[in-house]
Design a protein around this ligand. Structure first.
Ligand code: PLP
Length: 451
């Protein structure tokens, strides 16, 4: 039996898949944060290149991947699809478990799938300076690598707690030539305002986004880049789902359930969206997103319009949200701590096409260790949520004594997350109670949208 399913470079997909024409209804409009009226492309041109603004609203089902992007993808793509036979044995399950291994990219996660095209389209439109934010540092490092390839200067606002807790991700960004600031910083009006109130503000992803958007919007030479949530980001990630579909076909199987962890929703969307048309055509495939119980956007948030960032500078979108000023507890899966989720993913969850489940962190670390000890690879704490989901599906199949084909996305490795593993191994890691009061307070501040 082949347990490692390769795809030849010549068989790599040459187009991304855009789910918009296959949605159950038209997507909700994106609103301007000041007027709460639909944005025009002109509102977005200070932040994004035209090519990405067009992709954001495109009705085309297939979009060609530029040759220069394909060339860089080919450094690590196609990524392997692996059948986790040793994990299956450990669980003693009749289920077949496959994982798409996105940890083999130079930055160690799926994120370069979008950082490379984003840097490419900016460069093509004459932009030589990008600004972004990063939580745990995965997006910052992926974009730093891409900017380095295309000769673009990059400034990164990194959430302050991570800046101090994860110094090696900062080194990674600096190796690839980026300038990194701990956020809140003294580089922006918003950051200075927050520091005046509390010099020890630990920062959050929402705050870092506000700083990066402010910096990009006030510098006529700079653009902004986002590593998740937006439609074009989810579309770029479909490269991994399209490859996985081809590889499953080579393996002679079709998944009963497709699983991914959800932070802003991009890696799961990348794997799941290519299965949406199959499902609409009557195929029995479940699409299951897993989020942390301490930031339970899809499972506990209302589906409504909210700001994308804390300072209300980013567009207002319709999504499941915990409120733009909700700051989740400091779980180790830093990449899963966003208050909202990708609008396209949210629309599909709301329509019942995609399911969601939430897990606390201890059970995810337990799953991560089972995976590391059976399959060898050490998962990122974010990825451990998808693994927990896959293991529970495999155990459920065992209980019912049914063969179930499980496909999940191995979004990244955990080589820079050793402090989290140290805490887990020494028993210092705890679960957080569901932050009900904090979520309730944040939900009181939703924008009043009248369309
Ligand atoms: C950023 C990140 C995530 C979460 O982001 P999504 O946009 O939801 O994919 C998950 N896993 C890893 C390894 C990441 O770096």
């Amino acid at each position: 039996m082949e347990n490692r399913i390769w795809l030849k470079q010549s068989d790599m997909p040459t187009q991304w898949y855009n789910v918009i024409p296959d949605l159950p209804g038209p997507p909700a409009p994106v609103l301007h944060p000041a007027t709460l009226q639909p944005v025009t492309p002109g509102d977005l041109t200070p932040l994004f290149p035209m090519a990405l603004i067009e992709q954001e609203v495109s009705g085309e089902r297939w979009i060609k991947i530029p040759d220069e992007v394909m060339k860089i993808y080919s450094i690590w793509r196609p990524t392997p699809l692996v059948r986790a036979v040793r994990l299956e044995k450990l669980l003693d399950t009749p289920a077949h478990i496959y994982y798409k291994n996105e940890s083999v990219s130079p930055a160690g996660s799926h994120k370069p799938n979008t950082s490379v095209p984003q840097a490419y389209y900016n460069k093509k439109e004459g932009i030589n300076k990008l600004v972004t934010e990063t939580g745990a540092g995965q997006w910052g490092s992926a974009l730093a690598m891409a900017c380095n390839f295309f000769g673009i200067d990059l400034q990164v606002f990194m959430v302050k707690v991570s800046y101090h807790q994860k110094p090696y991700r900062r080194s990674l960004m600096e190796i690839w030539g980026a300038k990194v600031f701990a956020s809140p910083s003294d580089q922006t009006n918003y950051g200075r305002e927050l520091l005046k109130k509390d010099p020890d503000n630990p920062g959050s992803l929402g705050i870092a986004i506000s700083e990066a958007v402010e910096k990009a919007a006030t510098d006529p030479d700079a653009h902004y880049a986002l590593g998740s949530v937006l439609n074009h980001v989810c579309m770029h990630q479909t490269i991994l789902g399209l490859e996985a579909k081809k590889q499953m076909e080579i393996a002679g199987e079709y998944p009963d359930v497709v699983i991914g962890c959800v932070g802003g929703g991009s890696n799961f969307s990348g794997l799941a969206f290519p299965f949406v048309p199959d499902k609409a055509a009557g195929k029995k495939v479940r699409l299951l997103g897993i989020e942390p119980a301490s930031c339970p956007t899809l499972t506990k948030g209302p589906y409504t319009f909210d700001y994308g960032d804390t300072a209300r500078m980013a567009p207002v979108v319709k999504m499941y949200t915990l409120g733009h000023d909700f700051v989740p507890p400091g779980i180790h899966a830093g990449g899963l701590r966003y208050h909202g989720d990708a609008p396209l993913l949210c629309q599909l969850v709301n329509a019942g096409v995609i399911e969601a489940r939430a897990y606390p962190q201890l059970t995810c670390f337990e799953a991560a260790l089972m995976f590391a000890r059976s399959e060898g690879i050490i998962p990122a704490p974010e990825t451990s949520h998808a693994i927990r989901g896959a293991i529970d599906e495999a155990l459920d199949a065992k209980k019912r004594n049914e063969k179930r084909v499980i496909l999940f996305n191995f979004s990244g490795h955990g080589h820079f997350d050793m402090s989290a593993y140290d805490d887990y191994l020494s028993g210092k890691l705890t679960d957080f109670a569901y932050p009900e009061a904090k979520i309730k307070a944040a939900l009181a501040n939703l924008p009043e949208v009248k369309l």
